[in-house]
Design a protein around this ligand. Structure first.
Ligand code: 4NP
Length: 154
């Protein structure tokens, strides 16, 4: 079994959506993956996702009842893959106490998208920005599931 952690800045917009989407896809495919998400910042610890992330997630049959937490040093031992949304997240994770940069990858690196390497921060945007984030992460999660299915295939 593999363990995957999605990471963004606040853990209320992008990474909870990644968590919800990959959980839905893994369940549908019958693939055993443990999935969590966390933020590099601590402002929203304990909170539900942003209402706009809940809305777009629920509209696509994703469970969105997770609560925000901050990244911790033990995450670099516990999770095989730590999936960052943007380059700032990667930089922060590489400098984190206890970091293992070899486990850190950009979400869009699991796709064939050559237009954007980042899932952009939608926090100060509109609902349509959250729909765009959903589409990018749906694509990324397809790639993540394909790669994990290959790695852990018996
Ligand atoms: P996220 O979005 O990193 O996708 O969860 C943000 C949420 C909150 C803040 C920034 C980004 N904030 O500054 O509080």
């Amino acid at each position: 079994m593999s363990k995957v952690l999605f990471v963004c800045l606040g853990n209320i917009c992008r990474s909870p959506l990644g968590e919800g989407i990959l959980r839905k896809k893994a369940q549908a495919a019958g693939v055993d993956i443990e999935i969590d998400s966390a933020g590099t910042g601590d402002w929203h610890v304990g909170q539900l996702p942003d209402p706009r992330s809940i809305k777009v997630g629920k509209a696509n049959d994703c469970d969105m009842t997770m609560r925000a937490r901050q990244v911790r040093a033990s995450d670099f031992k516990e999770f095989d893959l730590i999936i960052a949304m943007d380059h700032a997240n990667v930089r922060d994770l590489e400098r984190w106490p206890g970091s293992d940069p070899s486990r850190v990858r950009l979400a869009m690196s699991f796709t064939e998208n050559t237009v954007t390497s980042e899932v952009p921060d939608p926090y100060y945007g509109e609902y349509s920005d959250f729909e765009s984030v959903y589409d990018l992460l749906d694509d990324a999660c397809e790639g993540i599931l394909a790669e994990l299915s290959e790695t852990y295939a018996r």
